[in-house]
Design a protein around this ligand. Structure first.
Ligand SMILES: *[C@@H]1O[C@H](CO)[C@@H](O)[C@H](O)[C@H]1NC(C)=O
Ligand SMILES: *[C@@H]1O[C@H](CO)[C@@H](O)[C@H](O)[C@H]1NC(C)=O
Ligand SMILES: *[C@@H]1O[C@H](CO)[C@@H](O)[C@H](O)[C@H]1NC(C)=O
Ligand SMILES: *[C@@H]1O[C@H](CO)[C@@H](O)[C@H](O)[C@H]1NC(C)=O
Ligand SMILES: *[C@@H]1O[C@H](CO)[C@@H](O)[C@H](O)[C@H]1NC(C)=O
Length: 719
């Protein structure tokens, strides 16, 4: 693991050089040494001799700072349950000094992470009718959800017909003033090491953001009949494992942020509390390199046989935008489902235009005056161009009141909807150059048109005395799927260059699941709608699908390791489609493909965790980065597979490779005489020299017997 973090004076920037220069000249008083929260990671807890761990943290800090009193003031939190470390307010200099202390593995600044903002199960072929369940075993599964808390009032978390918590459960639930657990939500904690809770959020597991309730219900929500979002997306809502238990670890707050030190505190407790699977849907901004906390947490979880599942991030289709890319976790990107929402605009002349948005408002067919943003230019020093785009501050609110405003938004709809809603407009029609595959929910009636319909609309306004229009409530239509959602973050992996990320994809668009009544539907102050169920999109909607599928597999195969479950999910996927404009990144968008929970329950072969000392981690996918494409390249990979079928088995290899690429598998047949027997095979990949290669070459290896196909992607890319 690359966990060392350089906070020393060798870093490259010239200002840092100057700072270091002053320090070394003894002129540090000239510089204000600001203190920030640092995580001091110390690896495993002491095993043998009884040690007072918080006291040992105090001693180490005392030695570094030279004062017991100051050390006491600075320590904010000690990690003592699953791994060893602490959080303290330190200067950069103090952090560096600590990082050189014996027993300290690494010291790094605590960062802030963004929250990655049901029919879909049936769409995955995971229909309730087909699923074989063992409800007793399933009810022993505990899913730890690290997120924004939970809404106990939701029917999705009712404990009807559930027995007492599993005996292995060691967690707690309060007491809290405003929150009690039941037999479904068996534990709840909240973490805010710096005690700075943003209002109106509170110091309890109650969900003020809605994200955590949504996540938890996709993984393990009970079946709720007739769930819908203001009549849209109506159907039965259910989680993947409706009988599983949920343990809530609130680490994200109403402002949408989650901090490293709190995430790590939650891992520390969740591992020791006895959860089976950890669900984490937070990510960081791409390019922001502090990933150590999540890597540490998922590593210690893996050691205790707990699989961490995390979202890939919502910064796609940008190359290298994937977050949560550590090899110890299953990283999940998002695909579109076959559901799209179409929203019609009907003009006074009877003409209809069709846009895309999630519009739950019903204007009751009434016609409203229709104007362009450029017809309502504010006189306060703004331009017609800005007003035509409905940019903040560019519109005269007197002129947009009770009207539908047409805005030429650049790129996506951006903030235009909100600005018109706040200004008292009745609705908004936006024209964009590229219709998003995942329309948004707004706090007023909105539809988003492409350029062709947008032109029809502006011609109508231009040539009509009193232009008027009405916006219809959205209708659900079926579209081809699955495609990788444009927002889903892409690889390659920014740190572990030999590991393909994301690992796989799952539906992440317009997922209907539980919400909270603490905030309005859009979270905007002028939105007066509240709903028990919400349609949300994002990779953090996709990850719970994988977490649910993992919990399902664990319920059928309680002895399987996290690596085996991950392998089962990755080698049994379905193919995914790429829309043309994003096709370049291919496997870096979808990893091994779309999860198929039913097939994953019977994978045939799995790759268990490797013998120690191997650096490829026996990973289910193979990634071959090539630095110099002008020369022929060759790489060799070894994999160990375990037969998890009952009794003997025989598999033969099939390789699919692009022209010119040679992939040799040895041996070509694997014979197993019994269950849980291991076999080793070798894969040699030879890529010829090339002048103008495509960026990514996709190949695959499939091991087949009469029943199973065990597929590993082999991805070659030119760095
Ligand atoms: C840590 O430092 C910050 C900034 O210097 C300060 O606002 C905060 O109160 C400190 N916290 C503790 C626990 O010392
Ligand atoms: C948990 O669910 C969220 C979705 O809200 C997802 O983004 C995250 O990656 C999941 N993490 C785990 C560990 O399941
Ligand atoms: C517009 O939609 C309405 C309602 O469905 C329909 O009756 C009408 O014929 C449509 N008009 C045109 C011009 O397509
Ligand atoms: C807004 O429009 C009204 C009515 O035309 C006008 O009286 C007012 O001066 C305008 N205000 C601004 C800031 O443009
Ligand atoms: C991908 O899309 C193409 C064209 O729309 C279609 O022919 C093909 O069957 C699709 N493949 C999958 C795996 O859905």
């Amino acid at each position: 693991m690359e966990m060392g973090r350089s906070s020393s004076c060798t870093a490259g920037s010239s200002t840092l050089f100057l700072f270091c220069f002053f320090v070394s000249m003894g002129l540090s008083l000239l510089v204000v040494a600001t203190k920030e929260k640092y995580i001091v990671y110390m690896g495993q807890l002491p095993h043998h001799q009884p040690v007072d761990v918080p006291e040992s943290h105090h001693k180490i800090l005392t030695d570094a700072l030279g004062s017991s009193e100051v050390a006491k003031e600075r320590i904010m939190h000690s990690y003592t349950r699953s791994f060893n470390g602490f959080v303290a307010n330190l200067t950069e200099d103090e952090a560096r000094k600590l990082s050189e202390t014996e027993g300290v593995v690494s010291v790094f600044k605590s960062g802030k992470h963004k929250l990655h903002t049901t029919k879909a199960w049936d769409f995955l072929g995971f229909s309730d009718l087909l699923v074989k369940r063992d409800r007793v075993v399933e009810s022993n599964i505990i899913v730890g959800v690290l997120d924004s808390g939970i809404n106990m009032q939701s029917e999705c978390f009712s404990d009807t017909n559930l027995g007492p918590p599993p005996a292995k459960w060691k967690g707690t639930c309060g007491p809290f003033d405003d929150f009690t657990c039941n037999k479904k939500i068996i534990g709840a904690r909240w973490f805010k090491v710096d005690k700075n809770i943003p209002a109106p959020d509170v110091a309890s597991p109650v969900d003020y953001r809605g994200h955590g309730s949504h996540t938890a219900s996709i993984i393990a929500g009970r079946v709720v009949e007739g769930a819908n979002f203001f009549g849209l997306a109506a159907g039965d809502a259910r989680g993947a494992v409706p009988s599983a238990r949920i343990a809530v670890y609130k680490v994200c707050y109403v402002d949408g942020y989650c901090s490293d030190e709190d995430i790590l505190a939650a891992f520390d407790h969740a591992i020791a509390d006895g959860v089976d699977i950890i669900n984490l849907s937070v990510g960081e901004d791409p390019g922001y390199s502090v990933t150590d906390a999540i890597a540490i947490g998922s590593f210690h979880a893996m050691q205790k046989r707990i699989l961490t599942i995390a979202s890939a991030g919502n910064d796609g289709p940008l190359e290298g935008s994937v977050v949560n890319f550590s090899p110890w976790m299953l990283t999940v990107g998002a695909t579109t489902t076959d559901r799209q929402f179409m929203t019609r605009v009907v003009l006074d002349n009877g003409n209809n235009l069709t846009g895309i948005s999630v519009n739950t408002f019903d204007m009751a067919n009434s016609m409203y005056p229709l104007i362009r943003g450029s017809d309502a230019v504010s006189l306060e020093g703004t331009s017609v161009m800005l007003a035509s785009r409905c940019v903040e501050g560019s519109l005269n609110v007197t002129l947009i009141k009770d009207k539908i405003v047409f805005c030429l938004t650049i790129g996506g709809p951006g903030k235009a909807g909100e600005i018109i809603s706040e200004g008292g407009g009745s609705g908004a029609i936006m024209q964009v150059s590229d219709i998003a595959d995942t329309p948004e929910v707004f706090s007023l009636p909105v539809t988003v048109l492409g350029e062709v319909d947008g032109k029809v609309l502006s011609d109508y306004i231009e040539n009509t005395q009193n232009p008027q229009a009405t916006i219809y409530k959205s209708e659900e239509i079926q579209i081809p799927a699955p495609f990788v959602a444009s927002f889903s973050s892409r690889g390659p992996n920014p740190v572990y260059q030999n590991i393909l990320k994301p690992d796989l994809v799952a539906p992440g668009k317009h997922i209907l699941a539980a919400s909270t009544l603490k905030t309005s539907v859009t979270g905007k102050p002028n939105d007066k709608r509240f709903s028990n169920f919400l349609l949300r999109s994002g990779t953090s909607m996709a990850a719970p699908f994988a977490a649910g599928a993992a919990a399902y597999i664990k319920s059928l195969h309680p002895t399987w390791s996290p690596a085996a479950i991950k392998s089962a999910l990755m080698t049994t996927t379905k193919a995914v489609n790429m829309s043309f404009e994003y096709a370049k990144l291919r496997d870096f968008a979808y990893g091994a493909g779309q999860i198929d929970p039913l097939r994953a329950a019977d994978p045939g072969l799995v790759t268990y965790a490797p013998p120690s000392g191997r650096d490829d981690l026996n990973y289910p996918s193979i990634l071959f980065p090539i630095r110099n494409r002008k020369k022929p390249s060759e790489a060799v990979y070894w994999r160990t597979v375990t037969n998890v079928d009952n009794g003997p088995a025989e598999y033969t290899a099939t390789v699919l490779a692009p022209a010119g690429v040679e992939i040799i598998v040895e041996p070509l047949t694997l014979k197993f005489s019994r269950q849980y027997e291991n076999q080793i095979f070798k894969v040699t990949v030879r890529v010829p020299a090339s002048n103008v290669p495509p960026y990514v070459l996709s190949a695959s290896l499939e091991w087949k017997d009469n029943v199973h196909t065990v597929r590993s992607p082999i991805v070659i890319y030119f760095t």
